[in-house]
Design a protein around this ligand. Structure first.
Ligand code: HEM
Length: 241
């Protein structure tokens, strides 16, 4: 009886041991996948430091007196342009990942997006602080009166929920709704270009806005193309089954 029990229990024990080992191994693999390659923390650290360059540059120019005759204009323009640059870099992550198959790129997306928000906050703070001296009524009058400010302000307001829901916990909590919410980035990209274009149109200087508009069209157009292709393939698949 005992033997039977033992002999029948043994394979079970063995198999459950193997199962446990397999589970532990797959947990380990899953952990490794979540943690990513070994070099990832270093690369992330390097990107984090590199992304502080625009701020360091502003501080350096400020301290060494190279910030120009109109420091507020210089800071507003610099932070505005860097917001746009980080928006473009963030939007480039997914197409680059798909084109190169380099999946680790996705690990940088949140940081880059948060840097876009960081520079947008500096840009807005420069405006509300040094241009409006925290006079919120004057700011809203300006937002209502000058279309390019209205558009920039809208883009900034739309960035807030994206930054607020960028944590892993929020991604998990919102599920599919997270993706829907983060589609706001299309509107933000378009509004950012419009803001830039409108501001420079008044100065008859559209070379840079045209360049960024072209970049944004490629980045957003790629997504629309990928979405249309996926829909077409899904339909074709449905017809063949
Ligand atoms: C996602 C949000 C935003 C982006 C991407 C953005 C981007 C830009 C860019 C690229 C410029 C032109 C820089 C240059 O000429 O080199 C600019 C200028 C400017 N932006 Fe924004 N902006 C944003 C939000 C805002 C907000 C919220 C405000 C204020 C409510 C604002 C106020 C201004 C002003 C006043 C200027 C012109 C400065 C001048 O005349 O020299 N922007 N912005």
């Amino acid at each position: 009886m005992e033997t039977t029990t033992t002999s029948s229990a043994a394979p079970r024990a063995a198999s459950s041991g193997a199962g446990a080992a397999r589970a532990a191994k797959s947990r380990g693999t899953a952990k490794a996948v979540v943690a990513g390659p070994r070099w990832l923390p270093w690369a992330k650290g390097a990107v984090f430091v590199a992304a502080l360059y625009p701020l360091a540059r502003l501080i350096f120019f400020g301290v060494t007196g190279q910030i120009g005759a109109n420091p507020i204009e210089f800071i507003t323009r610099s932070t505005g342009l860097w917001t746009l640059v980080f928006l473009c870099i963030t939007l480039a992550v997914t197409p680059l990942r798909k084109l190169t198959g380099w999946n680790a790129l996705i690990r940088f997306r949140r940081m880059l997006g948060l840097y876009a928000f960081f520079y947008a906050t500096l840009h807005f703070t420069t405006y509300i602080w040094f241009d409006k001296w925290f006079d919120v009524v004057a700011m809203f009058k300006d937002v209502g009166k000058r279309p390019f400010i209205t558009i920039g302000f809208t883009a900034f307001v739309l960035l807030i929920p994206l930054a607020a829901t960028s944590t892993r916990a929020m991604v998990r909590r919102l599920g599919r709704r997270w993706q829907t919410l983060h589609r706001l980035v299309y509107a933000i990209g378009a509004l950012a270009i419009l803001h830039f274009w409108w501001m420079r149109a008044g100065k008859h200087d559209l070379a840079q806005p045209k360049l960024y508009a072209a970049i944004m069209i490629v980045l957003l157009g790629w997504r629309v193309g990928a979405w249309l292709l996926a829909r077409y393939e899904a339909r074709a698949g449905a017809h063949t089954t």
